[in-house]
Write a protein that binds this ligand. Structure first.
Ligand code: ADP
Ligand code: MG
Length: 315
């Protein structure tokens, strides 16, 4: 029987491509190697792990390549770009972690699983796509691209225009049993990268992909539930969450119970595009039997493991 603690670690964008830095592959590898320091602390403590990560900048670049090469090479739909970035980024994290393990003389396998996640065929976001994706355009530019590629588009007032796609709610990971077996054996699994690939079940019972993206924090929460993890670590670029974030009366939150967190979410302390999905992911995990969610930064993850400091969400 597996007596080790099982955790899911969700790496935020800053673990691989921090805001404001050029996302060259060399930079991404350098950041990933640095992020492995934090992950190694969990491994040294004996955790069994599944690791997830975002892919916003990477899938944005993939889409840009598709647009720019669209008259020369076959166009790739978003589901394929999701899968491609899961593979490419999985390779990068996998190899960086393997090298960290070699240096620490530790014998643990690391594997990447390209992860399809089932969503509802009638998810409301399909009729009302609102997740911004890819580049920024002027009204004229995007009108031309929308016609050429069949995009749905939306203005961000005062900032510009972008493509929007559905962001359906993740229900179930198709490969959950395989991932759980591997994690229970102590194999470190990189899965649900970029939120995984959304698929729905057709009337004939078969799977089908479509142009959409799943939020990576919500996907991580489903993965954590599906593999029976006790702990869920959301590692982002702030040490802890706050109420009145960024305002003069900002207050950081240490330990908080589920009901209190739900109340704060209702009061609007956690915006939709950033902290909101992490809080919702935390709530979903605890409501499905999870024991603890930690929201902190890569730098403070170790301290949080040892002292219980930083934001810790409990039932
Ligand atoms: P990630 O790439 O890790 O998903 P996001 O940018 O999506 O990162 O979310 C983290 C960001 O959320 C932080 O950098 C912070 O600016 C923002 N944020 C919004 N509201 C809060 C809050 N109440 N407490 C802490 N951070 C918040
Ligand atoms: Mg985010």
């Amino acid at each position: 029987m597996n007596t080790n603690k099982t955790a899911v670690i969700a790496l935020g964008g800053n673990a691989i491509s921090p805001k404001g830095e050029l996302d060259t592959i060399a930079n991404q590898f350098r950041n990933t190697r640095k992020s492995c320091v934090a992950i190694m602390n969990f491994i040294k403590q004996g955790y069994h792990l599944a690791i997830t990560h975002g892919n916003g900048p990477q899938v944005g670049n993939a889409l840009l390549r598709v647009e720019m090469a669209s008259d020369k090479a076959p166009r790739l739909p978003l589901g394929i770009c999701d899968a491609d970035t899961e593979g490419g980024m999985g390779y990068m994290i996998e190899q960086s972690l393997q090298n960290s393990l070699i240096q620490a003389q530790m014998d643990r396998d690391v594997v990447t699983i390209i992860t399809q996640i089932i969503v509802d065929a009638d998810d409301p976001s399909i009729q009302h796509p609102s997740k911004y994706i890819g580049g920024w355009y002027t009204k004229d530019e995007i009108a031309r691209l929308a016609k050429k590629f069949g995009w749905q588009i939306k203005e961000i007032p005062g900032k510009g225009w972008r493509r929007v796609v559905p962001s359906p709610f993740p229900r179930k990971i198709i490969n959950r049993k395989a991932i759980k077996h591997l994690v229970d054996l102590g194999i470190i699994v990189i899965a649900a990268g970029g939120g995984g690939i959304p698929v729905y079940i057709m009337e004939n019972g078969l799977y089908e992909g479509f142009d959409a993206v799943i939020d990576k924090d919500l996907a991580s929460s489903v993965l954590a539930r599906d593999i029976g993890a006790q702990e869920f670590f959301i590692l982002t670029d702030v040490d802890q969450i706050a109420i009145n974030f960024g305002k003069a009366n900002q207050e950081f939150i240490d330990t908080i119970r589920l009901d209190d967190l739900k109340a704060l979410l209702g009061e609007g302390h956690f915006p939709a595009g950033s902290m909101g999905p992490k809080i919702q992911a935390a709530i979903n995990f605890i409501e499905n039997g999870g024991k603890t969610v930690i929201i902190t930064s890569l730098e403070t993850a170790q301290e949080s493991l040892e002292s219980g400091k930083y934001t810790r969400i409990t039932p």
